[in-house]
Structure formats: structure tokens, C-alpha cells
Design a protein around this ligand. Sequence first.
Ligand SMILES: Nc1nc2c(ncn2[C@@H]2O[C@H](COP(=O)(O)OP(=O)(O)OP(=O)(O)O)[C@@H](O)[C@H]2O)c(=O)[nH]1
Ligand SMILES: [Mg+2]
Ligand SMILES: [Zn+2]
Length: 357
Amino acid sequence: MDKRRDKIRTKTTEKNLKNISIDNIDDFLDEDYSHEKKAVSRGQNRNKKSLKRDITLEEGLITGIMTNNMFKVRLQGEEVTALMGGRLKQFMFNQRRVMAIGDKVKIDTAQGSPYRIEELIERRNKLMRYSEGSYQKEILIASNIDYAIITVSCVQPMLKLGMIDRFIIQCGIDNIEPVICVNKVDLVEDIEYYREMLAYYVTSGYKTYFVSATTGQGISELKDLIKDRISVFSGQSGVGKSSVINALMPSLDLKVGEISGFNEKGRHTTTNSELLEWEFGGFLIDTPGIKTLALKRDNVSLVYNKFPGFDRYSCYFNNCTHTHEENCGVLDAVERGEIPQKVYESYLRVIESVNYE
Ligand SMILES: Nc1nc2c(ncn2[C@@H]2O[C@H](COP(=O)(O)OP(=O)(O)OP(=O)(O)O)[C@@H](O)[C@H]2O)c(=O)[nH]1
Ligand SMILES: [Mg+2]
Ligand SMILES: [Zn+2]
């Protein structure tokens, strides 16, 4: 009997889906919800508002993903475990969506534990990456974030511009402000060398911090920026993401890799993304290290526009690839030395990888 009802319900959901613009998920879920309520409370007042009084929906924040259906949620200041409600599950499945850390949800608190997530509140933004290999699976790093903190280290592992470039491009596509955090300055004698390497990015307007998790250098400046904001720390394994977070708030005491850990391939100290709260206000997401940040292959034209700093130059052709065209502002800037040769070479590698990866 129950099964049949579920079937009918699924059918209704599908029927509704056809008429709904997927962009406006909030509206859809509200409407869908009221449909279900109507089904169970026939004869009652069918006004949407009055039906909603039967339940208590509270806003929660997804802080961890336990399985594809079970989540850690911050609800009324406490961390609880919650399951995705049946309708929402169906909706997410139909839309090929997955929940992300940072998602805001509505939870029916009237029913108590186990809590059920009834709605996903529309995302302000989401940071994506794509798996390597021929089939590019979408991976959602986090949603609703203010800063993507691209963490690199001067050495151990060595600083490579490619990772920064790819991250900035992805942030440009996803509409998230990138911040560059260069860690382990205590390990190098000539910090000027690294400042010069990053000077182009600073001139292009990207916030850049030189820090040491070990000595605490630069940490308070970074703290001033991320206070009261939501930041996600991302980057290669071993660059010191968790260490920098611990330096910002020692009581978090996140697990940090062993000294020699960084060069052992495939070794990650942080294995799960997690959303935590700063004691000085705001939130952070620590993520496991990644080897490279693959961009979506069919996005090559986005790379022409979103490559760091290129928006400061204009080209004669709208779809300029900045490789051979006449009147190309980027090529002129390379010639003048305004765009360093190393940065331009990194650009060529990125577009090549997006074409043939
Ligand atoms: N000398 C020095 N070592 C550091 C610094 N920050 C981190 N380390 C060391 O670098 C290693 C890796 O640090 P983690 O914080 O675990 O790096 P992670 O980026 O979180 O790595 P994953 O969790 O694997 O992605 C550890 O041995 C840290 O002690 C720093 O500022 N200076
Ligand atoms: Mg870590
Ligand atoms: Zn151009």
C-alpha cells in the first residue's frame, strides 16, 4: 500500500518537474512541498501558507558528508546528523545534483531525531573541479563561499604557477573570489624571489599572502581578511592547508602530515572536507589535497577570458585566443614585459590541456 503511494507521489513529482525552471530550486521545492502536504491533508484548508504551519522548518548548514544520503548539519548552534527527505532525494536524483559542504538546507525539527532535510536553499555559488581522465566527472568542492584560498608552498612541494592559474580560472567561472596563500616562507632564504614570482598576480588585483604556519608570519593579516567570511582552503597535498588553519586557530588541532609526508605520492593527511567555525567569526572548509586542478575541457573559450590578469587587456577580436592574432592586447603586454614570459607559458599549457587533456 505504502509502495503504491510512493509510486503515485514520484509520478506527481516528475509531472511537476517538467514545468519548473531548474534555476529557481527554492520555488520549486516550496511548491512541491505544498503538493505533498495537500495529498496527506485532503479536506483541510488548501492555502499554502496555512499548510506550512503544521511543520517547523529550521535553517541548517551542511558541515560534513557522511554518505550520499547522510549529512552532518549545524542546526541551532549544534551539530546533528540528518537524512535527506524522500522527495528531496528524488529531486536531487532527477537533477543529478549532490549536496555540498556549505549548502544551506531546511530541516523539519518538529519530528526530532533522525532529522530530515526537506529543502535545499538556492546556492549563492559553488566551487567545482573535474576529475582527471577521459570522462570528466563533476566534483563539487563547496558551496556558498566568500573566498577560495589557493594554498601553495614556496618549497616542499615546490611552487608552481599552473595550479594558481587553474584555480583562478575556475573561481572566475564559479564567481568566487580567489585568494593566494603562499606558505612555508620560513623555509626559504630569499623570499623576494617568491614575491617577484607572484608580483604579476598582485598587480592583477588578486589578494596574496605570504605566511608561515610554523613561525606565524603573515597569519594575522590573513585572519583580518577571512574574519566573518566563509573560506575554503584548497591546494596540493602537503602545502600546509591544515597547518595554516591551525595557526589561525590552534584549538582546532587539525591533523597535520609528518615532516617527510609531502613527497610520498598519494598520501593525504586530510581525507574528508569539513566545515568548521572560527572562534573569531566566520567559517572555514579544510579539504584534502589535490594533485592538479583539471578544468572542464569544453571550456577553452572561458580560459581565454578568465586567465589571471588577462581581463585588463583588450583585443581586437572578441574570441581572441591570444596566440597569433593581430591587435592582441595580451601579446602586446607579453612583448612589453608586463605579462612575464613564465605566466604566458603557463597560459599556453593551460589552453593546451583544456583542448587535449
Ligand atoms: N617549515 C614549515 N613546515 C610547514 C609549514 N606549514 C606546514 N608545514 C609542514 O608541511 C607538512 C604538511 O602540512 P599539512 O598541514 O598536513 O598539509 P595539508 O596541505 O593539509 O596536506 P593534506 O591534508 O594532505 O592535503 C607538515 O609536515 C607540516 O608540519 C610551514 O609554514 N613551515
Ligand atoms: Mg590537511
Ligand atoms: Zn588577445
